[in-house]
Write a protein that binds this ligand. Structure first.
Ligand SMILES: Nc1ncnc2c1ncn2[C@@H]1O[C@H](COP(=O)(O)OP(=O)(O)O)[C@@H](O)[C@H]1O
Ligand SMILES: [Mg+2]
Length: 230
């Protein structure tokens, strides 16, 4: 088996006396789509933030490309987030003063590309995700589905090794939800990005390569198949 791209061992995260994660593990390879499911409050978002270098665990380790994320400096960790990770959250969190195209180009530019090149890459992602027509408009003047597609484009345009998505379609109606989700999964698959997808949606989970179920801050025990009696 190839070495994991992203792995966590024995993660604990506590908020005061309240344990959000209690011995959670995780391991995934490049190009996989992993769905994280579980009841509300089970620790899914906390797990995603810890894996993404956004929240230091109380104890335990997170390895990305063989490096211990929380032993790096803040600056090194932000650099990894900027250059290697993409993020899609429930609300698109686009900058309201910029067009969709400029929003998508911004992180590419922050990654050191020239503005023209960044806009060209952004343009090609708006075409791939079917929002080229709306690309010059500001977020407030387009639909929620278009905003989420722009958020996916923004996450993909820097060619991240890992895309972290936390309930990315949670605010969309059901017709849009399936379509946007499929676009996210296909985009990651075609770029070879690992997708770590927190979702409530059973359809979403079934579209992933693998499902990790979180219950009370740790991985749910795998149901054992006992096979047919003889
Ligand atoms: N910033 C916080 N401060 C205190 N408790 C928190 C905070 N964030 C999450 N929690 C608690 O940690 C547990 C897990 O939360 P979360 O990871 O958001 O779960 P999920 O995403 O599965 O709904 C919950 O009990 C939640 O109330
Ligand atoms: Mg959550």
């Amino acid at each position: 088996m190839p070495e994991s791209l992203l792995a966590a061992v024995d993660l604990h995260v506590s908020y005061g006396v309240n344990a959000a994660l209690a011995g959670m593990g995780f391991a995934a390879h490049a190009g996989e789509a992993v769905a994280i499911v579980g009841p509300s409050g089970s620790g899914k978002s906390t797990l995603l933030r810890s894996l993404a270098g956004l929240q230091a665990p109380t104890s335990g380790v997170v390895h990305f490309m063989g490096r211990d994320l929380y032993r790096l400096s803040d600056k090194q960790r932000s650099q990894i987030r900027l250059t290697r990770f993409g993020f899609v959250f429930q609300s698109s969190e686009l900058i309201s003063e910029l067009s969709l195209l400029e929003n998508i180009a911004l992180p590419v530019e922050l990654n050191g590309r020239r503005r023209r090149e960044s806009l060209r890459m952004a343009q090609s992602w708006t075409e791939r995700l079917g929002i080229a027509e709306a690309a010059r408009r500001r977020p407030a003047t387009v639909s929620g589905g278009q905003r989420q597609r722009a958020a996916i484009a923004r996450a993909m345009a820097t060619r991240p090794a890992v895309v972290f998505a936390d309930e990315p379609t949670g605010a969309l109606d059901s017709a849009n939800r399936d379509h946007v989700l499929r676009l996210l999964i296909e985009s990651c698959a075609s770029e070879g990005s690992l997708l770590v997808l927190v979702t409530h949606d059973a359809v979403a989970a079934s579209a992933a390569d693998r499902v990790v179920e979180v219950v009370d801050g740790h991985e749910a025990p795998v149901a054992v198949s006992v096979g047919a009696p003889r």
